[in-house]
Design a protein around this ligand. Sequence first.
Ligand code: 5AD
Ligand code: SF4
Length: 441
Amino acid sequence: MKKLFVKTYGCQMNAYDSAKMADLLAPLGYARTDTPEGADMVILNTCHIRERAAEKVYSELGRLKALKAEKARDGGRMLLAVAGCVAQAEGEEIVARAPVVDMVVGPQSYHRLPEMIARTARAGGHALETDFPALEKFDSLMPPQASGVSAFLTVQEGCDKFCTFCVVPYTRGTEQSRPPQDILREARQLADKGAREIVLLGQNVNAYNAQGWSLAKLCDAIADIESIERIRYTTSHPRDMSEDLIAAHGANPKLMPYLHLPVQSGSDAVLEAMNRQHRCDDYRRTIERIREVRPDIALTSDFIVGFPGESDADFEATLQLVRDIGYATAFSFKYSKRPGTPASTMRKQIPEDVKAARLDVLQKLLATQQYAFDDSKIGQVLPVLFEKVARDPGQIMGRTPFSQPVHVQADAALIGRVAEVKIARRTANSLHGTLLQEQSA
Ligand code: 5AD
Ligand code: SF4
């Protein structure tokens, strides 16, 4: 067996892609390991969302260069691939700056990895593949080799929204939805491998649209797979929160009461400058409609503070929106420039200390809301889907319908099953409780 080390940065889409690349390389005799030392192939599956993403990749490559040299001294060869959105954005630049890299493969070209490996092994040169044939990629992906209790399934990739701060439309290309039949086949394969929860992934997942199927219809069809107990989806855009998807939250019992619906800002002026294509009131109304069908739904969002031109009043409007909505959790970031995006050259960039101060205020408010949401579950009995053994001996970890992690003293045989747990207390990032009874076999 050859050793494959995949390092994943960034989002769930990347985690999914890493698993797919490993599946794809398994027939070539590669098995995943946990360390790069001695690996025959190392893939850095990179993310371009965070600041200085490319720089971090180059410094990681510096470290890997030494390991590669060591492997060569032992008479072996370590193939080094850069995948993901930095690969897409930087392309040939990577090979120019880091000749140690054997191949650069963009997110739409993973299916070509085996061929690239063969080519590189033969010629010893560099291989570069950063086109956008997304659906072709899905066609040639392997069925999943293994699955956790909760499994990701990509249904849609890319984005046409062009928010002015975001690189995704440039790195992942335009919106493409996979055919429903392919998705359902993969969902059944995942179920056969032990998945009990499926998380449907897409940069704009609720814009899913293929052969007249909407995301709501897809969720209903997946709900028909008996051993799948839970369905989630992420990430959604407020503009694509359609009536049938909202209705599904009231009608499809397997669709979990959890929605990640990023709003980014509570100011119409900032939303406009971000090209979000919706106003604050639209978002508030969408949330109201969702809460009508599912009053207990856990809402989460992403926020950017310090977007160019954001005034104190704009920021205050964001705080007010957060107070009004009440989030279960949320992610918040300081605006940071992405080369090539319109916002990066906007005038009125916000000074770093102002961004930091605003982020601090927002995060404190969001933390208060998260604790309040978690505390509201104390004393309740909730169905928990157990995913894995926890770090503390005798404990296993699962999630509530609201996606909160729960730690329980219980037999590992419960992993992969849903059981009723009485929630007793909360620590910083987890709930703790006691097992009541098993709910399903
Ligand atoms: N600066 C800060 N945050 C960003 N995000 C995306 N691009 C940027 C940027 N340039 C955040 C958004 C998005 C999340 C995945 O990352 O909030 O929803
Ligand atoms: Fe980026 Fe999301 Fe905006 Fe698309 S909708 S451009 S992925 S932030």
